[in-house]
Design a protein around this ligand. Structure first.
Ligand code: 2YJ
Ligand code: MG
Length: 259
């Protein structure tokens, strides 16, 4: 998955407002409601400790402050540690943080120090975007397409199988596809199948992964992938409802899943 850039995180609250409105219109619930139903939890008095991490490409401008904004948006108290890395970890735990949020270039985790629950952003993101797609009120059937079977797409596909959907999936990596077929029992999908979907979970770091023959008119595309896999002209032509937002939805899912 591509590294976020400070630009992706600009206007986060506006991006959240827009995607929350879409999610509500297409599923009947907002992000909060979906998280509550998905995990059966509600934010309480937990304190979130946010630790900037300098390894790899280093600290990303707007990242820690975005996490703080998200924690507060969902009613949780949060603090960004003064120091990064291990010193920051010491600081967060000493100051009574209940849940640690931290990310390097490969992994972004929420770890609840009280109940020992830990979740990766990949899994939490896959699960919630899948959940959003699966709640499409105007779905034409229980068939759902997952594009991309990396960590995010695989977690989403697994969630959908568990929920009883007919999951079709594709990935140019044959090993990923075979693994999902074998472990999850999903149906491999190729464009030549000429099957169209009303619900799509797109989880790739690539543009233009969705082509005309794959979607029904007025379908729902739920995607955490940057850049967006839906070409704008196809989105317009098929009047697609698009749920796409760079950080908040995935982090909400992380927080509710460990609370
Ligand atoms: O603390 C910081 O500011 C940085 N070390 C944050 C790095 C954020 N990491 C990412 O954006 C990577 N893509 C890993 C997160 C996995 C997202 N699914
Ligand atoms: Mg993409």
């Amino acid at each position: 998955m591509a590294l976020l850039t400070p630009r992706d995180l600009e206007n986060l609250s506006l991006q959240l407002e827009e995607s929350d409105a879409t999610i509500k219109r297409v599923t009947g619930l907002d992000v909060r409601g979906i998280c509550e139903e998905l995990y059966g939890t509600r934010p309480g008095a937990q304190k979130i400790g946010i630790i900037p991490i300098t390894s790899g490409e280093g600290v990303i401008g707007n990242f820690a402050s975005s996490l703080l904004f998200i924690a507060q948006y969902f009613g949780l108290e949060g603090t960004i540690t003064e120091h990064p890395d291990i010193t920051g970890y010491y600081e967060a735990v000493s100051q009574g943080a209940d849940i640690i949020l931290m990310a390097d270039d490969h992994m972004f985790v929420a770890h609840n120090l009280r109940n020992r629950k830990i979740v990766s952003n990949h899994v939490a993101t896959g699960v919630i975007y899948a959940e959003i797609a699966s709640r499409f009120r105007e779905a034409s059937s229980k068939d759902i397409l997952v594009i991309g079977l990396g960590k995010v797409g695989y977690a989403g596909a697994a969630h959908l199988v568990k929920k009883g959907f007919n999951v079709y999936a594709c990935d140019p990596n044959r090993e990923f596809l075979d693994k999902a077929v074998k472990e999850l029992g999903i149906n491999p999908y190729c464009r030549e199948d000429r099957k169209r979907f009303s619900m799509v979970l797109e989880a790739t770091p690539n543009p233009d992964t969705i082509s005309e023959g794959m979607i029904e008119e007025r379908c729902l595309v739920s995607t955490p992938g940057i850049p967006c896999g839906l070409p704008p002209e196809i989105g317009k032509k098929y009047r697609v409802d698009l749920v796409m937002e760079p950080l908040v939805i995935g982090v909400a899912s992380m927080l509710y899943s460990v609370i």
